[in-house]
Every structure is written in C-alpha cells, then in structure tokens.
Design a binder for this molecule. Structure first.
Ligand code: NAD
Ligand code: MG
Length: 303
C-alpha cells in the first residue's frame, strides 16, 4: 500500500552526493493550486521507502496541517515510524495524496486520522482541533505546516484577495489552530511551525509569502516565551528549496521549477524526507531545552 505512491528514487544512501537524488533539469510542469505530489515528475520522496524510526515519539499524538504531501507528509510518515498516532489536515482536492499518507501511517500500526478542510475558515480550524483531539484521545504535538505560496512579479498585479488568502493560510490559520489546541496541550507538548528561508532572504516575486513566513518565525519566538512556564515548546523550521507540490502549483514560474535548488551549494532541491528529522527532534522529549528557535535546511547557503 505505502509503496504505491513511493517515488522512483526509493534508495537513498544518505550521502550528500548520492547520484540517485533528483537534480535540476526537471521536466517543465505546472498544476493548479494546491497541486498533487503524486502528479509530480519526479515524485517527491516523503520517506515512504526509506525513513527508519527508533521509537523517539512512542505514544505521542500529533496533528499536522498540510500532512498530505511534501514536508508535512514526510513529517507524518516519520512521526508514525517513530511511534506516534497522527492526524493530518489537507484540502479536499488532495484526497489522493492524503490516502497514501494515511496508508503509510496505518502500515506502521499507528492510528491515522484524515481531516480534510479549509484552514482559511476560522470555524473549521476550531473544529479541526476538536476532531483531532477526540479521535487521538488528546494532543501532544501540533505542526502548523500548511502553506500558500503564489508568485507575483509586480505588486500592482497582487490582488487583495490573493494577499488575503496568503495571510489567512500562513498567518491566521496557525493562530486559530494553536489557540484552539492550547487548552488540550500539557507540559511536554511541542508546537512546530513551518516558516521558510524567505523569512530572512525574501524573493522579489514572493512579497506576501515572504512576509507571512517572517511572521511564522516571530510566532515561534513570541509564543515560546509565553508558553515556557507551562512546559510547552515552540519552534520554527525554515526550509530552503524543497521538491514539493507547492512549487509546481503557482509557487514559482515554470522555468524556475526546472532549476529548483540549482543555485544552492548542494545544487539540488531537498527531498521532503531530508527535513523530517528536524520535525522529529523538535517533537521529541529529547528537545527539552530547545524552544523559541528556528532551524534551517537550505541546501548549503544557510539562513
Ligand atoms: P505542499 O504543497 O506539499 O504542502 C502544502 C500544504 O498546505 C498542501 O498540501 C495543502 O494541504 C496545505 N494547504 C494549503 N492551503 C490550505 C488551506 N487553505 N487549507 C488546508 N490546507 C491547505 O508543499 P510543501 O513545500 O511541503 O509546504 C509545506 C510548508 O513548507 C509550507 O508552509 C511552505 O510554505 C513551507 N516551505 C516550503 C518550501 C519548499 O521549497 N517547498 C520552502 C520553504 C518553506
Ligand atoms: Mg498537498
């Protein structure tokens, strides 16, 4: 089951120069937002065939937004292999990708909860948390990972609707979801937010997105201070160029998708599985002195 969606590049040696890792010179491709990982060429590697767990999250219960594909899917699969039960949220159009992640979690004998719905709706965000808590029997780890990135070359072409949708998805939703989750989180809980290298090095064509990702870093830094007395940790992850549906569904112009990651010293994009270990560490009890921080995985340029 889990293998059905596995990418062709199922073998990773772990070496930086593994020749099997996909490199720029990617086929031209574009999909309507939010895009499907299963329709990408090559398919992103979420760790389906390679991530090995060692029980670092045994018994934990996690909710991951955008858990159907890309970085969220890699975190969901890794969490399950580390012993966690996992609920994923995604948009209804992404059911196909979500099904394969649910199958991968279930293949580990863990509870997998699928909760489709649009997080730009405040009421849905509250209901998402309630559904996850009730199905999982509580909540220990919240990963605010869903994101919207739509490039726009000229500010005068950026509509209020598009700006608003970016802010609702990337800034309001993490606030709404976290506020709803807080009454359920106890000492030892972990909140993770997916920011971006864009928080520190904004691209000309990602004006709204870059601002939202800078807000995500402040989210972690502020909330970590507020929640430390309760024993709840909050951290941000700041990926660089990763090979995900976000990029091929309006995140970048097609000609940039073809060379995604080429400018980095590693000269390729990261595969989602390659960032999963950061999420695992931040979710685990091993990170008990790690809060209010941000962590990059950018391909060699650093944050
Ligand atoms: P992805 O497209 O695989 O995942 C993003 C997910 O966001 C989608 O799968 C979708 O389920 C979810 N989403 C978007 N709008 C939503 C809405 N209104 N309601 C519910 N869900 C919604 O791409 P990804 O790259 O894995 O993105 C995950 C996170 O990583 C995002 O926050 C993105 O900003 C961040 N990021 C990605 C990169 C990269 O290069 N891919 C770089 C830096 C940061
Ligand atoms: Mg998706």
């Amino acid at each position: 089951m889990a293998d059905k969606q596995a990418p062709d590049q199922v073998f990773r040696s772990g070496a930086l120069k593994d020749p099997k890792l996909p490199r720029p010179g990617f086929p031209a491709q574009t999909q309507p937002f939010p895009g499907l990982a299963s329709k990408m060429e090559p398919r992103p590697d979420h760790g389906e065939a390679s991530y090995r767990g060692t029980g670092r999250l045994n018994g934990k219960r996690a909710l991951i937004t955008g858990g159907d594909s890309g970085i969220g899917a890699a975190a969901a699969i890794a969490f399950a292999r580390e012993g966690a039960d996992v609920a994923i949220n995604y948009l209804p159009d992404e059911q196909q990708d979500a099904d394969s992640v649910i199958a991968a979690i279930e293949a580990e004998g863990r509870k997998a909860i699928a909760i489709p719905g649009d997080i730009t709706d405040e009421g849905f965000c509250a209901s998402l948390v309630e559904q996850a808590v009730s199905a999982l029997g509580g909540l220990d780890v919240l990963v605010n990972n869903a994101g919207r990135q739509q490039f726009c070359e000229d500010l005068t072409d950026l509509t209020t609707e598009s700006f608003d949708a970016t802010m609702k998805t990337n800034v309001y939703a993490p606030f709404w979801i976290t506020r709803a989750a807080l009454p359920h989180l106890e000492n030892g809980a972990s909140i993770i937010i997916t920011s971006s290298v864009q928080a520190f090095s904004p691209s000309a064509i990602l004006f709204d997105y870059a601002q939202s990702k800078a807000a995500n870093v402040a989210f972690a830094q502020s909330l970590a201070k507020q929640l430390a007395p309760r024993g709840i940790r909050v951290n941000a992850v700041c990926p660089g160029p990763y090979w995900t549906a976000l990029q091929v569904s309006g995140g970048q112009p097609t000609e940039k998708v073809e060379v995604h990651g080429k400018k980095e010293p590693l000269a390729r994009p990261g595969q989602p599985v390659e960032i999963a270990p950061i999420y695992v560490l931040l979710a685990s009890d091993e990170a008990s002195y790690i809060t209010g921080e941000y962590f990059g995985s950018v391909g060699g340029s650093g944050l």
